[in-house]
Design a protein around this ligand. Structure first.
Ligand SMILES: Cc1cc2nc3c(=O)[nH]c(=O)nc-3n(C[C@H](O)[C@H](O)[C@H](O)COP(=O)(O)O)c2cc1C
Ligand code: SF4
Length: 756
């Protein structure tokens, strides 16, 4: 089993970079509804003393900055859960709720403020938890609270400046964000303080009518740090035994809550650091100490011991912060990426006859990119898992279970894996939202139904990209008479070229969903879609609309570079639309190392076998993108041999390739680093190394040059419409207002459409 399960992890981490070459893997991600009525998915089951009405579990997703200042779940948070309970999930789980406030300085901020909801503090916070539990029970759903020991080395280093305290960990470990900052080992007394606090939190949860507790033992958080020899290298004392802290935590909770109270545990089969970084575990200073990770076999043995201590159910994933694309799988990861991991754990528990103290087989939930109901049903049929956990799919569409049950598969709003609204939003200081569902995190602001207007207006929407479609569909649902003009033959705007790489299957799913939404709106409401029709200001004026909304997207801004008009120079979006433009080219230079440039480079290398170099002006590539998405691309670009040149400016293009001026100073950062994240732009890092400039000219041979240097708003039509007063109301949204993300575009379209 040792070699087998360890080999499985190694194979999986390799396959994550190439799965999209296989049609059967792609098919697993396409929503078809073939296995409806999904009998396994909608069959009941139990976790210790609690019955679940179906096998659908909402994954824990940090309820960051949505509780009141005291830590009491707010009305917004109650409604967020109520909506997902109404949507049909059998079990909902909260995001992480720290119990180690007295010990881990990173879980609270200066002034004892906390962006996490709290359960530890006082009776003041209790009522919000009772409200969530009651809201879930009203729809026949169960609710577990996820308790975390703390963040440890993955907590914010700011505590050094704001509290003059070092972050903590199991042993002396580098802080994840600022590896020069050490995290000190917890004392045995502090560990016991956390154990007692967890017991109290569980007893309080039980009193709040919460149906069970769920322990946050994965992804390299403090509980994982204490229970993995990669991070826990203590040589003396009680917690030098890497299993002890986890076992004591579970034992204490069991002691405080009685025999029938469900305890679920989330664990990574391994942190997969060895499989991800191999030799780098010896050569990179901040990774060096983590060489002895908990192997898959060690984890399985630990899981059996956790069951003896009182655990009733598990879910299992892979990875940690230092390879964040694993626990937070982005677009490019395969559908059902951890199903095999769940299967390994489930088989081990069955084969070793491990049953819970209550006498049941121990259910294992699978998690990770399970947004396709067919895939979930098949996994349950194949006994890969006993439960399926959906995180982001339920942010995108809280009604996923209801729609799956009813067979309304084409109405499910699919996740695009960009992590802009959910993960990045809270990393940057907001709260979790969703790029494709503007109501997520705003359930208290936007009611589910749109009020129908008394006096319908004639609305023109020019441009059927994501903002135009969101606007048009919302306005049509309100009863307006909507005409959508799209100059291309297919709606979707930039999503059309954006969905060409096979690795971006998720975007293809969303594109099909948007097309379906337009068709449904045309059938059910007063919406006319005119494809291949570029509206002019004159035409809009002539048709006398009451409202004109321009969402005409962005246009390419050709940089003033010698030779840029050469025949072998193409725009990334044009190349994605017409991949044949790359036929015959062997060596390709991609100019621009933002998301579009890097995704195009990966597509050319991985799907078209080209030798690719990316040229980026800035010190880092893909700045502003989610660390997980960025990490995946950097890691697998490197694996494909793609050369990344940062701090390099394009000087000229000629027949044989490009000339760049490149900073060759040793202070230029290594562009392939995935184990340390980029800090948000507004966070100062006093330990950052200053960049010196030593410029050198370099030529790069290329038979194709691909420009990914960005867009500027195509706002010409809007300006003309305003100037000519083509309608009493004229709006401009999406990229033609400000070039941005799907997240910004959809929100703008929805907000405008529902208020017209
Ligand atoms: C916004 C967001 C917040 C998350 N917060 C947590 C968390 O608090 N605790 C946790 O164990 N996992 C957390 N995760 C990980 C998810 O539970 C889940 O494992 C991951 O998103 C993969 O599942 P999915 O593909 O169904 O989204 C979070 C994920 C997202 C997207
Ligand atoms: S923001 Fe993106 S990744 Fe996150 S849930 Fe929404 S669609 Fe999925």
């Amino acid at each position: 089993m040792d070699r087998d399960s360890t080999e499985t992890v190694r194979r999986l981490t390799e396959e994550y970079g190439s799965w999209f070459a296989h049609d059967d893997r792609l098919a697993q991600g396409r929503l078809s509804g073939e296995l409806h009525p999904f009998e396994h998915l909608f069959s009941p089951t139990r976790i210790n003393g609690v019955t679940l009405k179906n096998r659908i579990v909402m994954a824990p997703m940090g309820n960051i900055s949505v509780a009141d200042e005291s830590g009491r779940p707010s009305d917004r948070m109650v409604r967020y859960f109520a909506e997902r309970a109404r949507g049909g999930a059998g079990l909902l789980t909260s995001g992480l709720v720290p119990v180690g406030q007295r010990v881990d300085p990173t879980v609270t901020e200066r002034g004892d403020l906390s962006y996490f909801p709290r359960l530890d503090r006082s009776r003041t916070v209790f009522s919000g938890w009772r409200d969530i539990a009651a809201a879930c029970h009203a729809f026949g759903a169960r609710f577990f609270v996820q308790l975390t020991a703390g963040l440890g080395r993955v907590g914010s280093p700011e505590c050094l400046l704001t509290k003059h305290r070092l972050p903590v960990s199991a042993s002396w470990n580098p802080n994840f964000y600022t590896s020069a900052l050490p995290c000190r080992p917890l004392s045995g007394h502090e560990c016991r303080t956390i154990v007692r606090a967890a017991g109290q939190a569980a007893a309080d949860a039980q009193a709040m009518q919460i149906d069970g507790v769920y322990l946050h033992g994965h992804e390299g958080y403090l509980l994982d740090q204490l229970t993995s020899p990669a991070f826990n290298r203590r040589r003396f004392g009680r917690y030098a035994d890497w299993q002890r802290f986890g076992l004591e935590l579970v034992g204490e909770i069991r002691r405080r809550t009685g025999d029938r109270y469900p305890i679920m545990y989330r664990i990574d089969l391994t942190t997969a650091l060895d499989e991800t970084y191999g030799a780098r575990l010896k050569s990179v200073a901040s990774l060096r100490r983590f060489a002895a990770e908990r192997t898959a076999e060690m984890t399985l043995g630990f899981m059996a011991n956790l069951v003896k201590a009182g655990v009733d159910a598990f879910d299992v994933d892979l990875g940690c912060y230092d390879n964040w694309w694993l626990p937070h799988p982005p677009t490019f990861m395969p559908p059902g990426c951890f199903l095999e991991v769940a299967r390994v754990a489930r088989e081990y528990l069955r084969q070793h006859g491990v049953t819970s103290n209550a006498g049941f087989e121990v259910p294992v939930a699978a998690v990770g990119k399970l947004g396709n109901p067919d895939l979930c049903e098949q996994a349950l049929r194949d006994e890969d898992c006993d439960l399926v956990m959906l995180g982001r799919p339920l942010l995108c569409d809280p009604d996923w279970p209801l729609k799956a049950y009813a067979g309304r598969i084409d109405e499910i709003v699919p996740c695009i894996g960009d992590q802009e609204g959910c993960v990045n939003e809270f990393v940057e200081g907001g709260h979790p939202q969703c790029a494709v569902n503007p109501r997520t995190g705003f359930e208290d602001v936007f009611a589910p139904d749109l009020p129908v207007v008394a006096r319908p207006r004639r609305v023109a929407v020019v441009g059927a990209g994501p903002s135009g479609i969101a606007c048009a569909c919302a306005a049509a649902r309100r009863g307006h008479k909507v005409t959508v003009f799209e100059r291309e033959e297919r709606p979707g705007g930039m999503l059309v070229p954006g969905s060409v790489p096979r690795a971006k299957l998720d975007v293809g799913n969303y594109l099909r969903y948007l097309e379906g939404s337009l068709q449904r709106s045309a059938r059910e409401h007063d919406l006319e879609l005119r494809l291949g029709a570029a509206a002019s200001a004159g035409q809009l004026e002539q048709e006398a609309f009451d409202t004109v909304v321009t969402c005409t997207g962005g246009e390419l801004a050709r940089p003033p570079i010698a030779g840029i008009d050469g025949p072998h120079v193409v725009w990334a979006v044009d190349l994605l639309r017409r991949p044949a433009l790359a036929d015959g080219a062997r060596q390709v230079v991609v100019v621009g190392g933002g998301a579009v440039g890097c995704e195009t480079a990966f597509w050319l290398a991985a799907e078209h076998d080209k030798q690719v170099t990316v040229v980026e002006m800035l010190p880092q590539l893909m700045t502003g993108n989610c660390t997980a998405n960025r990490g995946y691309l950097l890691h697998y670009l490197e694996a494909r041999g793609v050369k990344l040149l940062n701090c390099a400016r394009l000087r000229s293009v000629d027949d044989s390739g490009v000339t760049v001026v490149r900073n060759v100073s040793p202070t230029v950062p290594d562009p392939y680093v995935t184990w340390t994240p980029l800090l948000p732009a507004n966070v100062r890092n006093p330990l950052a190394r200053a960049l010196r400039v030593v410029d050198a000219q370099e030529t790069i041979v290329a038979d194709l040059v691909v420009l990914a240097t960005g867009l500027v708003p195509a706002a010409g039509l809007h300006a003309e419409c305003v100037r000519r007063h083509v309608a009493p109301e004229v709006y401009n949204i999406g990229d033609s207002f400000c070039v941005g993300r799907v997240f910004d575009a959809v929100r703008a379209g929805f907000v405008l459409g529902r208020t017209l």
